[in-house]
Design a protein around this ligand. Structure first.
Ligand code: NAP
Length: 251
């Protein structure tokens, strides 16, 4: 499918999982993509499959200088951005018996601080773009506290608040802010999980769902709807009941 007005999009976390599948969907739609991850090979393959549409900009996004080098390269090549999709992320689970603050620091650094670096780098470029849009991948885990997910959930909850607040700040510049809340998606990240993952989608299905909606500049993209609705419903229960249900989810 080709598009009449191809957008200039920066997509992070494009080497695997949701980001890699989303890159393919957006490339099929005819957009130009600057793709970031630490691993170059999957990005280079996409560049070969879609000649003239892809800019490979590898970086470790937890390193401020590398993020700004990516932005400089995008500015040199394209002059600005119409959309930044900040999707890179990681997950580690808490072992309460051996609580380790350094682990929280690692997860916060990748999921939250690196996203903040990307926002700082992307905003000046978005101001040069057309119908600019800032997008970030949070998680449906923010709707209901899950066992062992304290580090991951906290990093995504921090992201949710930042984006919701920035939405208000950026409105006057007409920079739209979209937060994505996926349920379980089959990716290298979740293949490490040792618990049941109800209603898990394939990364292709998740990418198609996102790609179909993202250009309407919605506040949120949440899926699967029934799963998200169920979590939101649980979060309305009295705390005692929420705790009883949540503790039973511990594997
Ligand atoms: N899968 C799910 O069920 C699910 C549910 C809710 C939310 N999410 C969120 O969706 C996003 C994508 O996750 P996924 O499931 O697709 O996982 P994934 O397959 O592990 O992909 C993670 C991506 O992030 C990149 N990345 C990680 N750390 C990075 C760093 N320091 N610098 C640059 N890139 C980095 C990885 O690339 P390199 O390793 O090559 O750097 C990879 O491309 C994450 O934000 C995740 O929290 C996933």
């Amino acid at each position: 499918m080709t598009q009449q007005h191809p957008k200039k999009i920066w997509l992070t976390g494009a080497s695997s999982g949701i980001g890699h599948a989303l890159a393919q969907e957006l490339l099929k739609q005819g957009h130009r993509l600057a793709l970031t991850a630490r691993k170059a090979a999957p990005l280079t393959l996409l560049a070969q499959a879609y000649p003239n549409q892809v800019l490979v900009v590898t970086a470790d996004l937890t390193v401020f200088e590398q993020v700004h080098a990516v932005a400089q390269r995008i500015e040199q090549e394209w002059g600005g951005l119409d959309m930044a999709i900040l999707n890179a992320g990681t997950c580690e689970y808490i072992d309460a018996a051996h609580f380790e603050a350094a682990m929280l620091e690692r997860v916060m650094r990748t999921n939250f601080i690196a996203t903040a670096y990307c926002i700082e780098a992307a905003l000046p470029l978005l101001r040069q773009g057309s119908k600019p849009q800032l997008v970030a991948t949070s998680s449906s885990a923010t709707y209901f506290p899950l066992p062992r997910a304290g580090a991951y959930g906290a990093s995504k909850a921090a992201m949710d608040y930042l984006l919701a607040s920035l939405r208000l700040d950026l409105m006057r510049e007409d920079i739209a802010v979209t937060t994505i809340h996926p349920g379980f998606v089959d990716t290298p990240l979740t293949r490490r999980n040792d618990f049941a993952m109800p209603m898990r989608w394939s990364s292709e299905r998740a990418a198609q769902y996102i790609a179909k909606r993202i250009h309407k500049r919605p506040f949120e993209i949440n899926f699967p709807r029934i799963f998200v609705g169920f979590l939101k419903l649980l979060a309305c229960l009295p705390l005692r009941l929420q705790t009883a249900i949540g503790s039973r989810m511990n594997p």
